[in-house]
Design a protein around this ligand. Structure first.
Ligand code: PMP
Length: 290
């Protein structure tokens, strides 16, 4: 992914894509002192830009470091990076991390770096699978308790269990894996939040040990505007067999129906497909209220 044309915003300047490098003694590489975001630009507008930038700053604060820019500066840098690379529709990846000035668990003196890369990433899951629903298996790992890890931060270290779980799922022919939390409640997939439907009511897990996604909040609002009841609660894994429709939501995944979780089967139905279409319209500024 490093050998391509383009520009990456790095600490306030544009650097040619191939030259945007870090040293091997970067603290973040050794101790996971890094936080990131995932955003999308549609038709020239970054969806919920400031909410993402504010989350980046909050994630850094939780990891005990301060980003040396303002939220407004990072917002502008995100827009400028899309423009510099000639994109109107793309995925954006801001990331902030501790540098090389100190190596060891303590890293108070390290410089904080920020980079923003953008690329075309139309489909997180293969497009042909998306409408008929993707297949999930059970993840190898559980989401940790907030007493065990900084779960409200979009911290890179929290993704280690996601990568291992996703690899295992892919090796078995699945698109992704469902993660329960440490209590056995349904949490999310390795990179998106989850919604489950039963008798016309939409259920979604309470985000008390995983990311309260910006897409999740958007979809809850869209669903309520359409008149659906949305219940946020702790959902025991044992209930997986009681739902008729399931879908994932996230910036990269957008709204993606699920056809299978382990031994359970679901049909992408009217509610999933309606919210999938509404979300696609909303992010493109095409949602007209009926
Ligand atoms: N959970 C995880 C683990 C994620 O990586 C993401 C994507 N950032 C989400 C949920 C969804 O968050 P958002 O809707 O803000 O992209």
């Amino acid at each position: 992914f490093d050998d391509r044309d383009g520009w990456i915003w790095l600490d306030g300047q544009f650097v040619p894509w191939r030259e945007a490098k870090v040293h091997v003694l970067t603290h973040a590489l050794h101790y996971a002192s890094a936080v990131f975001e995932g955003e999308r630009m549609y038709n020239g507008t970054i969806f919920e830009l400031t909410a993402h930038t504010e989350r980046l700053f909050k994630s850094a604060e939780i990891l005990d470091f301060k980003i040396p820019f303002t939220v407004a500066e990072i917002d502008e840098a995100c827009k400028a990076t899309c423009a510099k690379n000639g994109f109107t529709d793309c995925y954006l990846r801001p990331i902030a991390w501790r540098g090389t000035e100190q190596i060891g668990v303590s890293a108070q003196q390290t410089k904080i770096h920020v980079a923003i890369a953008v690329w075309s990433w139309p489909d997180y899951f293969p497009a042909e699978q998306k409408r008929k629903g993707i297949r999930l298996t059970h993840a190898l790992y559980k989401r940790p308790s907030p007493e065990t890890a900084p779960t409200a931060s979009k911290a890179v270290g929290l993704y280690m269990i996601c990568t291992i779980s996703k690899h295992a799922a892919e090796r078995d022919g699945y698109a992704d894996a469902l993660m329960l939390d440490w209590r056995g409640y349904i949490a999310e997939s390795t990179g998106a939040n989850i919604f489950l439907i039963r008798d016309g009511v939409i259920h979604t897990p309470t985000p008390d040990c995983f990311l309260d996604g910006i897409t999740r909040r958007t979809v809850i609002r869209l669903a309520r505007e359409k008149g659906f009841e949305v219940v946020e609660r702790h959902i025991p894994g044992e209930e997986l067999g009681t739902f008729s429709e399931v879908f994932l939501v996230g910036t990269a995944a957008e709204v993606t129906p699920v056809s299978e979780i382990g031994e359970h089967r679901y049909q992408p139905g009217n509610i999933s497909l309606a919210l999938m279409d509404d979300y696609a319209k909303l992010v493109r500024g095409e949602l007209v209220n009926a």
